[in-house]
Design a protein around this ligand. Structure first.
Ligand code: SAH
Ligand code: ZN
Ligand code: ZN
Ligand code: ZN
Ligand code: ZN
Length: 515
């Protein structure tokens, strides 16, 4: 690489740090597109976010045509990679692609970023500045270049709380960052602590990592190690090389290559007898299948590093995700269970704890740790169901007929003897439809056509959705693939006209989960 001037570096740095790629959505559940997991011998082309994923069109028109697209970005504005599986890509195009991928690499390596942090930490308090416009810590030599920007002083306390200092990414259409409340983060850490974990692999949980470090300063807590894997490169500025890896959880890609792979391995090796656990809070639109695949790969890495014979054990994990993804997650990871604990977020007005009805946060913990070992807080009404051997929320009453605590959403469900299962409290049995449904359901129509296109709920339409334009499961932008050959537009971008069948399809699948 040609040498760059400090000013150029700052400019580049700004670009690389603020141009955060966005999250994906579960196209497999919403678009009639299914992810085909990587196989040996098949090399996926790379976009700036690492190896692309292979998608296959499924659904009514059984097209089955397969194509590669970005694993991490659902918005073409963020990454417009597209290639039919059978496309022969010319050498010229390959070179152009490689050049493009190169140009999107961060201006600084993780090592350089770390040496910046060391310099920054040694500065006098009045020299420590943060540029809000560029979202970067500034060294004295860079202050001039940011003179016209909004800058703030950075206290040591602020330096220790990057998730407060940094502006949460809030690009609604693509991906937003939702940060745990203290209640949820402390619950997670108390739980992991009580289970004896001393190392926490934080995959997309920057706030958890920072709370671990803060707790370590308090003598009453036994110290925990943590490593953050995240695609938001802004966090790299605040951590040592062994504390942060620039990582894409949709394709298990380390942007810094082997160096990062080695950091993960060193972290997961438990030679010191310290138990490790993974906690991940992926973007909710995220594709379940590739996420599950990445987590399995992390588990494999962990397993290989175990001293004792762990050939059958999996790395303990917690995956934080909305409850309506339960069937999909369990399909991919059958050893997981969903816990009743309601995770809430500081910067999400709706996903709050303590609300009632459908305003409650839909976010739960999925884990392969035995549910009876994860004690949920009594003072919040959770209690142990001795039959199910798991902690359940206060209104989740055990049903003797179903022999489970049936509630998924925190409300008290009731048993329907005709359907022979428990249903949501607002549902009534409809003779004509032969199933339970909302009293004002469109009677006589096949179930599934009326679900909410925004959140997938079967209880309302998109126009009445309380989660409007957040955590959307459905992608509706309708831009056609620009220029080029005729044929379908990039399938991730569902055209408006086709939307209904996609909605219906997903709604049908979701009908299965709103049992
Ligand atoms: N509740 C968490 C934050 C969850 S927001 C906390 O408080 O710590 C989702 C996180 O996943 C963000 O940190 C975001 O930067 C990260 N992320 C989004 N897409 C990602 C990807 N493809 N790979 C890795 N991390 C990603
Ligand atoms: Zn990409
Ligand atoms: Zn029970
Ligand atoms: Zn029942
Ligand atoms: Zn009916």
């Amino acid at each position: 690489m040609a040498p760059v001037s400090p000013a150029e570096r700052v400019r580049k740095c700004k670009v690389s740090i603020t141009a955060q790629p966005s999250a994906n959505m579960d196209v497999s559940d919403s678009m009639g597109v299914e992810v085909v997991l990587p196989e040996e011998g098949r090399v996926a082309p790379c976009c700036p976010h690492g190896p692309t994923l292979l998608f296959e069109k499924v659904g009514k028109v059984k097209e089955g045509r397969r194509f590669y697209a970005c694993s991490a970005c659902r918005d073409r504005k963020d990454c417009n990679f597209f290639q039919w599986e059978e496309d022969k890509v010319s050498a010229v195009r390959l070179l152009a692609r490689e050049a493009e991928n190169q140009s999107k690499r961060p201006a600084l390596s993780q090592k350089e970023t770390c040496s910046r942090l060391r310099k920054f930490s040694s500065l006098r308090l009045d020299e420590k500045k943060f540029c809000q416009d560029c979202q970067t810590l500034l060294l004295p030599a860079e202050h001039g270049a940011h003179a016209a920007h909004r800058t703030t002083d950075v206290s040591s306390a602020q330096l220790a709380r990057p998730s407060v200092l940094l502006r949460p990414l809030d690009n609604k259409k693509t991906h937003a960052q939702y940060l745990f409340t203290d209640r949820s983060a402390n619950f997670l850490l108390d739980t992991l602590d009580a289970l004896g974990f001393r190392k926490v692999l934080c995959v997309g949980t920057p706030r958890l990592q920072e709370l671990i470090k803060l707790r370590n300063l308090e003598p009453k807590h036994e110290p925990m190690k943590s490593l953050l894997l995240d695609m938001d490169l802004r966090y790299a500025q605040f951590y040592r090389q062994d504390e942060f890896c620039h990582y894409n959880m949709f394709n298990h890609h380390f942007f810094d290559g082997e160096a990062s792979g080695a950091v993960l391995q060193a972290f997961l090796a438990e030679g010191d007898g310290q138990k490790a656990v993974m906690v991940s809070d992926p973007p909710f639109g995220g594709l379940v299948k590739p996420l599950a695949h990445s987590f399995s790969l992390i588990s494999q890495t962990w397993r290989k590093l175990q001293a004792s014979d762990c050939s059958n054990t999996d790395m303990p994990m917690m995956w934080i995700f909305p409850y309506f993804f339960e069937p999909r997650i369990l399909e991919c990871l059958p050893s997981f269970t969903m816990l009743d604990y309601q995770v809430d977020y500081d910067n999400h007005p709706l996903y709050k704890h303590g609300k009632t009805g459908r305003k409650q946060t839909p976010v739960r913990l999925f884990t392969n740790i035995s549910p009876r070992d994860v004690a949920l807080p009594k003072d919040e009404g959770y209690r142990l169901c001795s039959v199910c051997q798991r902690f359940v929320s206060s209104l989740n009453k055990h049903c003797a007929k179903c022999n489970v605590c049936p509630s998924k959403d925190g409300r008290e469900w009731k048993h329907c003897s005709t359907c022979e299962k428990c249903v949501k409290p607002s549902w009534r049995h409809c003779q004509r439809c032969g199933r339970c449904a909302l009293p004002d359901h469109p009677c006589g129509q096949t179930p599934g056509q009326q679900g909410c296109f925004n959140c997938g709920s079967m209880e309302h339409k998109r126009s009445a959705c309380s989660l409007k334009d957040t955590h959307r499961l459905g992608q509706r932008a309708g831009a056609k693939r620009g220029g080029g050959k005729p044929g379908p537009q990039r399938p991730l971008m569902k055209p408006k006209a086709k939307r209904k069948s996609g909605a219906a399809r997903r709604a049908k699948q979701l009908a299965a989960l709103s049992k």
